[in-house]
Design a protein around this ligand. Sequence first.
Ligand SMILES: Cc1cc2nc3c(=O)[nH]c(=O)nc-3n(C[C@H](O)[C@H](O)[C@H](O)COP(=O)(O)O)c2cc1C
Length: 207
Amino acid sequence: MSFLHISSSPRGTDSESLRIARVFTDAYTESHPGSEVEQWDLWGSPLPDMALGATAKMTVFGGGTPVGAEGEVWAQARATFERFAAADRVLFSVPMWNAGIPYVLKQFVDVVSQPGWIFGVDPVTGYRHLLADRGTRVAVIYTSAVWGPGLGPEFGRDFQSTYFDDWLRWTGLTDISEIRFHPTLTGDRAAEDAAAFARARDIAKTF
Ligand SMILES: Cc1cc2nc3c(=O)[nH]c(=O)nc-3n(C[C@H](O)[C@H](O)[C@H](O)COP(=O)(O)O)c2cc1C
């Protein structure tokens, strides 16, 4: 089993999502002797630039083949997709940014979500989900600081997990476990911490 952790917080040792991810990956390696965890920090090296990538995508949609600079960025997008799609187990760590996901993760989504790779589309029946039925399992760590389940819209709204979960399912990845850390401004951080750690360990053991 290949295990890939895709992280989207730039906050290093201060990061809450990375702290929970560490508990997850430690529990995973402990319960899967001989396994290795590949770390992919989305802030670590630039993702392909989708200014040209968007043009390449429309070339492909139109049945053509991107060439020149378009072709180069298309090849980089393909390599990015392949790294992601090759993993049997994928852990995403996802902080809430302005009610949504960090832009680097959105860039990742926009780079890999290409026709023939992630999706097909039929004018009558709609989308096909090309990562379905591969046995890939996904776990996602969602964190936020102000928003939390049960709070009213005055504390913001959750377009983070709603968007990202919808994207995963659209790709065909439907075996998804969630670990949440939403201490809110008045919540019990220690209790939230303990619950997130326990859930991370629990899921990791049988991941
Ligand atoms: C740019 C930015 C935007 C944020 N926007 C929100 C937000 O809209 N709602 C919220 O509840 N928390 C928001 N937060 C707080 C983070 O979601 C929260 O602290 C999270 O646990 C950070 O994860 P990290 O420590 O792994 O980076 C934001 C933080 C940053 C840095």
